[in-house]
Design a protein around this ligand. Sequence first.
Ligand SMILES: Cc1cc2nc3c(=O)[nH]c(=O)nc-3n(C[C@H](O)[C@H](O)[C@H](O)COP(=O)(O)O)c2cc1C
Length: 178
Amino acid sequence: MTRPTVVAIPGSTRQKSVNHSLIKAITELTAQRLEITVYDGLGRLPQFNPDDDQENVAANVSDFRQLLREADGILICTPEYARGVPGTLKNAIDWTISSGEFPHKPTLLITASTDGTFGHRALMETLKAIEAKNIDNLQLVIQHAKTKISNENRITDESTRHAVEELLDRFVWTIQNS
Ligand SMILES: Cc1cc2nc3c(=O)[nH]c(=O)nc-3n(C[C@H](O)[C@H](O)[C@H](O)COP(=O)(O)O)c2cc1C
């Protein structure tokens, strides 16, 4: 049986990112149920400009859009920077507004950061505005994330692992029932 496909977007482009480790941990936890592909091109997308959002967009923008369009679900794992959404992540989402890859697409948002609540709230507003499916029930903030997720890609904090596992069950259910 083929597994539903998910595009994972890490909001951090840092090499030893805790959000990258989280995506790897999630990939392992869902190995039997989901096929997760990590999108690593965030830092190479051009700066969003509505004037450039015409018929012939940059090739990497159309590739990004196609990847999202073809996926059954989207996973975003991101830190918060200066109490906001990392610019590269917001820039990537802005490129999807006119083309509409998010509306009705099951989307799971995890903010793994030191605090994370401000960026998370802002990103939730954005994802609701662009009609990501079931986003109210598919979101989590992991505070002090560096103490709960190891460099070996394990969620070491038990209650966090439970919360993530529950969330993944809901995510898979939402994808299967879309
Ligand atoms: C420029 C900068 C600003 C930051 N601002 C915040 C912040 O406002 N809130 C927060 O929770 N963490 C903040 N952090 C800490 C990050 O959340 C933390 O480094 C996190 O691990 C980054 O995610 P990553 O490991 O996936 O790269 C900031 C880090 C940097 C580099």
